[in-house]
Design a protein around this ligand. Structure first.
Ligand SMILES: *Cc1c(COP(=O)(O)O)cnc(C)c1O
Length: 329
């Protein structure tokens, strides 16, 4: 079951210029993460794959980029009052961490069933955690209420100009390092990473085909992309907890529609296989959501033969016990 909702034209969509200024703003604080290659992955796909390892970013995911950029852009008064964020994990951690580095108080709204490592890390970075039930309560509603009551600035996880621009810096670094690409594969939750990456790839590697990758159980962005208006779905059941969003953003969607070639999906089984591949062959810990883009390449969902393919490995925050379970299968 899905419901169509109207897309409002947005007056303030970010451009590649905003990605450039975001890159400048985060240059001294974010890691310039490594680009990894694997002969095994190349042999398996008949392509040349470049993995941008954002699992090695500060806070364990690319989200630090957008969070830091958005907080840095606030007025001094707004910084004093603090910020509030809602997130199933990595955005929360990123906001708490970026807030701590810029002396900005943070309140984080997290689902009661968020992975324990993510909740602990958020508290560890000094974030005040408020929990909610993601199956019955609306986190955006709670965020709006807290921001009204306490004068906090709400920084959403993806539907925000400065967040999108910040996320785009990972693809910018990737293309600047390895040169033009034939394809860029990016996972999709609310589309902040994909929209930002698309702005960067479109500007730096003209002709590069950009693909969004979603979990098969939660293909709302694919439905939206194909139908031309934002489709809302029930909370999908998938191990890709960072892509359990039920609809993509009003700011991310127009950028994605304009610049992205197609949206594809992968199964949870493919994600587990890819997680094992990363651990065994490339010696890196990648969370299920972080495996989406690579899974589409390694499982032939997007054929890579003879192509130079950029893959954003979005994060590595997975509970050690859960990770061991996935590897053991
Ligand atoms: C948030 C997140 C995503 C999805 O990003 P969007 O900008 O919401 O599309 C993907 N992977 C990881 C690891 C994330 O934390």
């Amino acid at each position: 079951m899905s419901v169509q909702i109207q897309t409002q034209p947005s007056s303030s969509l970010p451009t590649y210029d905003d990605v450039i200024t975001a890159a400048w703003r985060i240059a001294d604080v974010a890691h310039r993460t490594p680009v990894l290659t694997s002969r095994t992955a190349d042999a398996r796909t008949d392509g040349k794959l470049f993995f941008k390892a954002e699992n090695l970013q500060r806070g364990g995911a690319f989200k630090f980029r957008g969070a830091y950029n958005a907080i840095a852009r606030l007025s001094e008064e707004a910084k004093k009052r603090g910020v509030v964020a809602f997130s199933s994990g990595n955005h929360a951690q990123a906001i708490a961490y970026a807030g701590q580095l810029q002396n900005v108080p943070t309140v984080i709204i997290m689902p009661k069933d968020a992975p324990a490592t993510k909740v602990a890390a958020t508290r560890g970075y000094g974030g005040e955690v408020v929990s909610y039930d993601r199956y019955t309560e609306d986190r955006e509603e709670i965020g709006r209420r807290l921001s009204a009551e306490r004068g906090l600035t709400l920084i959403p996880p993806y539907d925000h100009e400065d967040v999108i621009a910040g996320q785009g810096t990972a693809a910018k670094e990737l293309i600047e390092e390895v040169g033009p690409l034939d394809m860029l594969l990016v996972c999709v939750g609310g589309g902040g990473l994909l929209a930002g990456s698309a702005l960067a790839a479109h500007a730096l590697s003209p002709g590069c085909r950009i693909y969004g990758v979603e979990p098969e159980a939660g293909n709302d962005a694919q439905q939206s992309f194909r139908s031309g208006s934002i489709v809302r779905i029930p909370v999908p059941v998938t191990i890709a907890d960072g892509a359990q969003t039920t609809y993509i953003g009003q700011k991310t969607f127009p950028i994605i529609r304009a610049l992205v070639s197609d949206m594809v999906t992968v199964t949870d089984e493919m994600l587990v296989d890819t997680m094992r591949f990363f651990a065994e062959r490339m010696k890196i810990v990648v969370e299920p959501t972080g495996c989406l883009a690579a899974a589409a390449a390694l499982h032939g969902i997007v054929p890579c033969k003879g192509r130079r393919v950029g893959i954003i490995v979005s994060g590595g925050n997975v509970d050690p016990k859960a990770f061991a379970g996935f590897l053991a299968g």
